[in-house]
Design a protein around this ligand. Structure first.
Ligand code: SF4
Ligand code: SF4
Length: 69
């Protein structure tokens, strides 16, 4: 289980410092999530912390939509 980041991400770096699992990193085009590290914040918070802070709402739970990554 993991979240993923859409291509509209503006690399603002709001999300990465909030991640308790250091799962968010800056990819070539935009920030990305290491699915092996992300727990959707289970064990830390009631909601995914990164989604709470993203100003663009471009972090999604569920199946990656290929056209938007
Ligand atoms: S949902 Fe939580 S664990 Fe997953 S990337 Fe976001 S902040 Fe990190
Ligand atoms: S908070 Fe949203 S827009 Fe900012 S780097 Fe993270 S995913 Fe991208």
């Amino acid at each position: 289980m993991s979240v993923w980041i859409e291509a509209v991400c503006i690399n603002c770096d709001m999300c990465a410092p909030e991640c308790p699992n250091t799962a968010i990193y800056r990819g070539e085009q935009h920030y990305q999530v290491d699915a092996d590290l992300c727990t959707e914040c289970v064990g830390f918070y009631n909601k995914p912390a990164c989604i709470e802070v993203c100003p663009l709402d471009c972090i999604q739970i569920g199946t990656v939509v290929a056209d938007t990554i």
